[in-house]
Ligand binder design. Structure first.
Ligand code: B12
Ligand code: SF4
Length: 562
């Protein structure tokens, strides 16, 4: 068995090639579900396969935003090889077993992150039994676990970027340009007890310009996995390349909005500005959701951000006392306020349990975080993750707790290390309190994003640049009636539990009414009570323990039946 690390990948090695080359038949699978339950394979009910409900809106009950995201890493690999390939996303164990025996696969690739290592072990075991001739390749963040080679029975374990590794393994040209797969960013979206209809073009397309981040914060696993400080892997270097990919996705998926999966999109100003130039030339009124650090955001004027189409921004807030370079010189509270006034939804991210946190100061730090009044707020425990400089440091200092199951190292449970001042039990209490406090003070995120949209609309509805005007008008036209109805239901639901929030929601609803078209103004009277009913029904379901699972998806490419 071989472990391939980022460094090794750069050297072609003929011994690493599969004998069948690009004729090899490949199965690429994510780990099996169900996920939102406690089981012996490492599923945890508090760790569902959902972005928002897992780590952002989990305390918001039936107002929590629920949706699933595909496994983009294996989709990207599939799109960039010429071998016959099946992607099996979110299978059950039975689905995986069935697929292994239904076709003769030469290669079985398993994609996983660290929490799911027990599932990888089980999938390797199943593959050896049901498809003994297959070579097993394991990739993704799970490969960063020290001693992984003794924990799972795989032929290759790949650390770092997977497309170039797989191309080399199949004897294909590694240097060929990356072909971007058409990815609909989210699916089966659900809020207030209803599943939103999935119309073509209504959901953003995911664009993956790069993996890794050169900032190299000590706890950051994505940065470390793709080379660490000063390094990252760029798939699309220039604004022109990015524009072409986005244009292609626009026509394939009929979208005008994009979820840009780049750890620090705004850090690369030259690329973003060239993209803007091309958008202006072509009259594109695109919307973009991006991740960026505060210091990178500060490289742009608000007008530039709005013109590029940034409408949703995921930004680390951490703590003003943490001393991360990415925050230097940034007053994140002021920045958040300004962004929202320009119609940019902010998703803040705060770490609980930083080195300087103590039981005495943590409440004030959480209060500082929630006082940002972001549209969404992610809270995560400070977690030394294998492969990161922080993990190395903690291991050297003998502070890693030995008996923590990897399945519980997901940042939403308890510390996996010995904190100087906060106990393991208290770490969870403070984390849960942060989510609760944000919800209690700022209300449902759905209300907050409606408020930000309205701010943007009021500021930009008569803006000289037609692309910008059109973007806000599009969103307002599509959503104002729905938001008005949702606000009506929220206002009523909160009347008894939190009068202050209910009144704020009511004031916003009135404003929406004045800004909406006649049809949208009428909608809340009909749709509002329905939403109130579905919300209450959902609350009862959740209280009974209802959870949601992503659908199993199977996609074949370059396929000819054997
Ligand atoms: C989308 C996403 C999700 C989606 C799920 C996606 C899915 N279908 O599994 C959701 C939102 C549900 C999710 C949940 C969680 N996530 Co998540 N997620 C991401 C995110 C934002 C993007 C992943 C992505 O597509 N990246 C782009 C692709 C191209 O990169 P990639 O997946 O790494 O793939 C490349 C290589 O790794 C490699 N590769 C991958 N698979 C394979 C397979 C083979 C065979 C080979 C050869 C190579 C290979 O090749 C690819 C191309 O280079 C990343 C952050 C990030 N920037 O990557 C976090 C990330 C992967 N998630 C992470 C975590 C911790 C979680 C949660 C535990 C967090 C939590 N508490 O909420 C849960 C776990 C849920 C569960 N039960 O499993 C961590 C993983 C840390 C680690 N070291 O294991 C990351 C890195 C975020 C972070 N910085 O902490 N996540
Ligand atoms: S800026 Fe964000 S993505 Fe980049 S290294 Fe730091 S935490 Fe990771």
């Amino acid at each position: 068995m071989e472990i391939h690390s980022v460094g090794e990948e750069l050297r072609p090695n003929s011994r690493q090639q599969h004998p069948k080359g690009a004729r090899a038949r490949i199965l690429l699978s994510s780990v099996f579900g169900p996920y939102a339950q406690d089981d012996e394979f490492g599923s945890r009910s508090i760790n569902p396969m959902e972005l928002y409900h897992n780590q952002v809106t989990r305390a918001q009950g039936s107002f929590s935003l629920r949706m699933f995201h595909r496994s983009w890493g294996i989709m990207l690999i599939q799109a960039n090889i010429s071998a016959p390939c099946t992607v099996l996303d979110f299978p059950t164990r039975d689905d995986f077993a069935r697929e292994l025996t239904a076709h003769r696969y030469d290669i079985v690739g398993i994609s996983s992150i660290i929490v799911n290592v027990s599932k990888v072990r089980e999938m390797c075991r199943m593959t050896r039994r049901l498809s003994p001739h297959s070579e097993i390749v394991v990739g993704g963040h799970v490969a960063a676990i020290p001693g992984i080679e003794t924990m799972i029975d795989a032929d290759h374990i790949v650390r770092g970027e997977g497309v170039s590794w797989m191309r080399r393994y199949l004897g294909e040209d590694e240097s060929k340009p990356i072909r971007h797969p058409a990815i609909v960013s989210g699916m089966q979206t659900r809020i207030m007890g209803i599943r939103l209809p999935e119309r073509e073009g209504a959901t953003a397309a995911t664009i993956i310009p790069s993996v890794g981040c050169p900032m190299g914060c000590n706890f950051c696993t994505t940065s470390a996995f793709f080379g660490g400080k000063g390094k990252f892997v760029n798939f699309f270097e220039t604004g022109d390349e990015l524009f072409d990919v986005m244009q292609q996705m626009e026509s394939e998926l009929k979208v005008q909005s994009f979820f840009v999966m780049d750890e620090n999109f705004l850090l690369h100003r030259e690329r973003a500005m060239r993209l803007l130039e091309r958008m202006k030339q072509a009259g594109k009124s695109w919307t973009m959701s991006v991740f960026a650090s505060a210091n990178a955001v500060r490289k742009y004027s608000m007008q530039e951000l709005v013109e590029v189409g940034v409408s949703w921004l995921w930004m680390g807030l951490e703590s003003p006392r943490a001393g991360y370079t990415k925050l230097q010189g940034a007053d994140t509270r002021e920045l958040t306020r300004e962004l929202r006034e320009h119609g940019i939804r902010v998703q803040g991210s705060t770490i609980i349990g930083l080195e300087h946190h103590t039981p005495e100061n943590i409440i004030a730090e959480i209060e500082h975080a929630v006082s940002h009044d972001t549209d969404f707020h992610q809270f995560m425990l400070y977690t030394p993750v294998p492969g990161t400089p922080l993990y190395q440091q903690m291991a050297q200092e003998g502070r890693m707790l030995g008996d923590v199951d990897y399945a519980d190292v997901h940042g939403q449970f308890k510390f996996n290390f010995k904190h100087a001042a906060i106990s393991r039990e208290d770490s969870k209490r403070f984390l849960d309190w942060a989510f609760w406090r944000d919800f209690e003070l700022n209300g449902p995120s759905l209300y907050r994003i409606a408020r930000t949209l309205l701010c943007g609309w009021q500021r930009y509805k008569d803006w000289p640049d037609a692309r910008v005007r059109e973007r806000f008008a599009r969103e307002m036209g599509r959503l104002s009636g729905v938001y008005g109805s949702a606000l009506w239901a929220m206002e009523h639901e909160f009347k008894k539990v939190n009068r202050r929030v209910s009144e704020q929601i009511r004031a916003l609803r009135k404003e929406f009414k004045t800004e909406s078209s006649m049809a949208s103004r009428m909608l809340p009277a009909a749709l509002g009570p329905v939403l109130l009913w579905t919300t209450r029904r959902e609350s009862r379901r959740l209280a009974r323990g209802k959870t949601y699972e992503p659908p199993t998806i199977l996609e074949r490419s370059n396929w000819v039946e054997a």
